[in-house]
Design a protein around this ligand. Structure first.
Ligand SMILES: [Zn+2]
Length: 331
């Protein structure tokens, strides 16, 4: 292999090596033999460098030639494709792993949530138990007080009847009391026909045509306002009605209407909803609800009878009101 070396460069390197030799080995006298050795060494070094450079150049040339070769190109493309596939696989694997990690996290979170819910449920049950225990106590008290007030109302109801009874003995203008003789067909009580109630109640001499089932239910004394409530205690005080503003009366009724009507509409189609504002005890606050069908009325009856509303226990009855115009109730 021919060796072309830049003389100036070669001389420079030789001088460097001589200086180094003299500096490193001061005890040895520099001579021609050492000089020749240095030259040989430098020449070898330069030759190695040149060989290496030539080899690199050759590799580069071969590389260039290969890159122009279509077969080599195809091979490269294939290699690239394989690499891409590998990367995709790795990506997929990574995603899969991430997914699993998320799934695991979700599972842990779900389990924690379940635990929390379970704990909340137990707490709720305990609270419900406590509330139930309390409400049992309260309802026991309520039943007691209801009994007391019921007997009070009974007394109130009997009062006017007794008064009327006395009046009737003097001047029998209305139905006489029931004769008590069975088998004799009595005429129908017109008042009961109109309103489903009669102030003589079971003591009326006329026949109260009470249907087993109908499309209309009557809720006795369900509606009440301040005036009616107060009137119940002292119904002969005329001033109370004056003190009770008309707008207040309307507002009170409106509130009742929007509170109660949806309750009944839950059972079916409400055809008529009438509230009795009459002051007479047997009519006072009576609520009539006419449904489209008997079934709806039966459902309402079953659900509403015995329920509490406005501090009262509701009492339901089926009634046959054929003509609302005939009944004396307003509103
Ligand atoms: Zn009657």
């Amino acid at each position: 292999m021919s060796l072309v070396i830049d003389n100036a460069k070669f001389h420079e390197i030789i001088q460097e090596q001589i200086a180094k030799q003299k500096h490193d080995h001061t005890e040895t006298k520099f001579n021609h033999k050492i000089y020749r050795t240095i030259i040989k060494k430098v020449k070898r070094k330069i030759r190695r460098q040149v060989v290496a450079r030539k080899r690199d150049e050759q590799i580069q040339i071969e590389e260039d030639q290969r890159s122009k070769d279509p077969l080599y190109q195809a091979g490269l493309a294939q290699q690239e494709e394989i690499q891409k596939k590998k990367e995709l696989e790795e990506e997929k694997e990574k995603k899969c792993q991430l997914w699993h990690e998320r799934e695991l996290l979700a599972k842990i979170q779900w389990e924690a949530k379940q635990k929390r819910e379970q704990a909340a449920k137990i707490q709720q049950q305990q609270q419900a138990k406590t509330v139930h225990a309390l409400s049992t106590k309260t309802s026991n008290l309520k039943i007691k007080s209801t009994r007391t007030s019921a007997s009070k109302i009974q007394i109130e109801k009997e009062k006017p009847t007794a008064v009327i009874g006395q009046q009737l003995e003097d001047q029998p203008t209305h139905n006489p009391f029931a004769s008590g003789i069975a088998g004799i067909e009595r005429p129908k009580c017109s008042f009961f026909l109109k309103t489903g109630v009669c102030k003589y109640n079971e003591r009326c001499s006329r026949f109260h045509d009470r249907p087993d089932v109908s499309n209309t239910i009557l809720l006795l004394n369900m509606y009440s306002n301040f005036e009616m409530q107060y009137g119940l205690d002292d119904e002969y005080d005329a001033d109370i009605g004056l003190e009770f503003e008309e707008s207040e009366r309307y507002q009170n009724f409106k509130e009742f209407y929007y509170d109660v009507l949806p309750e009944f509409e839950a059972f079916g189609h409400v055809v008529e909803f009438k509230v009795c504002s009459n002051f007479e005890i047997h009519l006072r606050g009576n609520v009539y609800v006419q449904f489209k069908t008997d079934d709806e009325a039966v459902r309402a009856f079953q659900r509403m009878n015995g329920r509490f509303y406005g501090g009262k226990m509701l009492q339901c009855e089926f009634v046959n009101i054929t003509n609302w115009k005939n009944s004396i109730c307003g509103m």
